[in-house]
Structure formats: structure tokens, C-alpha cells
Design a protein around this ligand. Sequence first.
Ligand code: FPP
Ligand code: MG
Ligand code: MG
Length: 382
Amino acid sequence: PDPNQPLINPLNLVGPEMSNLTSNIRSLLGSGHPSLDTVAKYYVQSEGKHIRPLMVLLMAQATEVAPKVQGWEKVVEVPVNEGLAPPEVLNDKNPDMMNMRSGPLTKDGEIEGQTSNILASQRRLAEITEMIHAASLLHDDVIDASETRRNAPSGNQAFGNKMAILAGDFLLGRASVALARLRNPEVIELLATVIANLVEGEFMQLKNTVDDAIEATATQETFDYYLQKTYLKTASLIAKSCRASALLGGATPEVADAAYAYGRNLGLAFQIVDDMLDYTVSATDLGKPAGADLQLGLATAPALFAWKHHAELGPMIKRKFSDPGDVERARELVEKSDGLEKTRALAEEYAQKALDAIRTFPESPARKALEQLTDKVLTRSR
Ligand code: FPP
Ligand code: MG
Ligand code: MG
């Protein structure tokens, strides 16, 4: 982005929507069981970065002024107003579920201070993306045996693995209910696919990338595997929710494709930066364990780039850094190689692609904010 351009504070664009996000999600998560209620809401707090909902809302605004499919205005009323009311039979004696039909959702009950035409369905989508994200964090911290997140005990640490897993499942269930009530089959398909993708990405990560032979160096195949895993575990949610946001606003197929491409590339950049920060930032600054990837046996971009110059990383990667001294030696090799710079350059490439993807959108403050987000993803430190 142009350094001479004034920075846009996204909260000037979607502040009211963002400030209602957490409380709306919490009302979607109400459970008659007090401990389930507590655990499910544990990762739904103001401490999160909320980058996914922010992107959904900015994408809603940026595509509002872009080309729409014909007849869109006539269709929009039905799913937003009627579709969200739950059939009586599903009001399963759970008082908090009732909140889903009222509150800040209906088009008539516009939220206070709202400055834009973001649709109720797009706001709900923003909430759904954060719910799926929170569920994946609950599960991820169990899998990674993490003890901290956001500078606090992780869900598994605070409540134990069983409750953390069940709370994650509950979040996915409620997210699915909210999704179904948007009454848009394509959007439902997109977000349901995201949930499957998260699992596929996590499975790819569990499985070693260099299975049979001890490769001499990182091949194109190694990087392709890493990037596909990264797409599935992180970029898919961002890409598909950006696309869904555009679709809910009646965007043309071209606009929806651009929204997807933006999210995919920004999501890849985001996770590649995450993998770099794991090497460069302290646990205190991250709010979660640092240097965790090698400890977990994971070779991410920095180690893969370092492997190109240090063949001894091959056997270590294959045995998932399990021999005494492996983790320390691998860290040393990454630091003295160009692995971290190459990783940053890779993230910059994807951030640039994200920028290019929305070039055809009409000029708007929201488009500008999305553009500036590509830079923020690169310069973030947590
Ligand atoms: C964080 O990665 C984790 C993810 C981006 C996705 C995790 C996905 C699952 C556990 C699959 C099952 C979950 C659901 C909801 C279907 P990380 O461990 O690299 O990041 P961290 O440092 O923040 O822990
Ligand atoms: Mg983790
Ligand atoms: Mg993980």
C-alpha cells in the first residue's frame, strides 16, 4: 500500500457491528447447562483479534458497491427476516436458544450507530466464522497440549480435555444452526466445507510429509504439501467466509470469486506469518507458547527453507525432532539460514496476491481497509 495514504481505522467503518459481535455470539451459545455454557463461551471474549469477522464485515461493505446479480433486491428480504425465526418444534425448552430469533438480528431492529448497509445475514455470518474459529482453537489446544492462549490458561488447561472438546463440538453445532437459518444453500455448503477442511488440514499436519525416503532437501512437493495444509487449516475459513459474505450481498460470480481469492491469499499470508512468529516472538508477546512447532514435531516454512541449505534437517524432520537435541539444533539451523527471511518473502507474495484480487472492486473506504489489512497481516507481532 501507498505509505502516503492515510491509514483507515476499520472500526470507523464497522465499529458498531464489531462491538456487538461478542455479545451476539454469546447469546447464540446459551446453554441450559451452566458448565457447558461457561466452557463454550470461554474463547468468545474481547481478547481475540477478531480478524475473520472483521474481514467478513469489510467484505460486505466493499462488495455492496460492486456489481450485483439481477433481481437481488427482491430476494434479500426473505432469508433475513423470515428465515431466521426457528421453527417452533426446534425451540427445545432451552430458554437461551430463543435469543436467536430476536435481538440485533432483524433488519427492522438495526443496531445503534450503524452507518452502513451491512445485512443482518452478513453480521450473522461474521459471528458464525468466529464461532467456528473458536471451536477450532478449543480442539487445537487439546491436540497441541497447549497450556496458554491469549495470555490465559487454555480451555483444556482450565476445564480439561473432555469438556474442551465437547464445548468445541457444541460451538460447531450452534454455528450450524445459525448457518442453516440464513437459508442460503450455497453459503451453508461453503461453511460446512470449511469445517471439513479444518479437520483435513489438521490431519495433513499430523502425518509426516517425508514418509518413505529421507529426502536430501525440501522439494517442490514438500512446499506444495505445506501450502495445501496451510490452506485447509487456516485460509479455507477466511476465503470461504469472504466469498459467503459477498454472496449474501447478492454479488455477481466475478465479485464472489474475487472475494474468495482475496481471502485465500490473505489467509495463506496470515498463517505463514504465524509460522514465522513462532520462531521470532516470545511466549509473553504471543500470549501462547512460542517455539511450539518444533516441539510439536512440525516443520513449517522456516524449517523447510532452512532444509534447502542444511541437509541434516532431513532426518530430523522425518523423526519429528524427537531425538534429544533435535529441537535446539533445528532452531539453530533455521536461525543461521535464510529460512525466516524467505518465509517473510513468501508471506509478502501472498499478501500482494490478495491485494491484486480486489483491484477491480469500486473504490471505497472498505476496499481501502481490506487493502491495508494485507499490510497489517505482515507487520503483526501476535
Ligand atoms: C491453530 O493452529 C489451529 C487451526 C488453525 C485449526 C485447527 C483445526 C482443528 C483442530 C480441526 C478440528 C476442529 C474443528 C472445529 C473442526 P496452530 O496450532 O498452528 O496455532 P496456535 O499457535 O494458535 O495454536
Ligand atoms: Mg496450536
Ligand atoms: Mg495446532
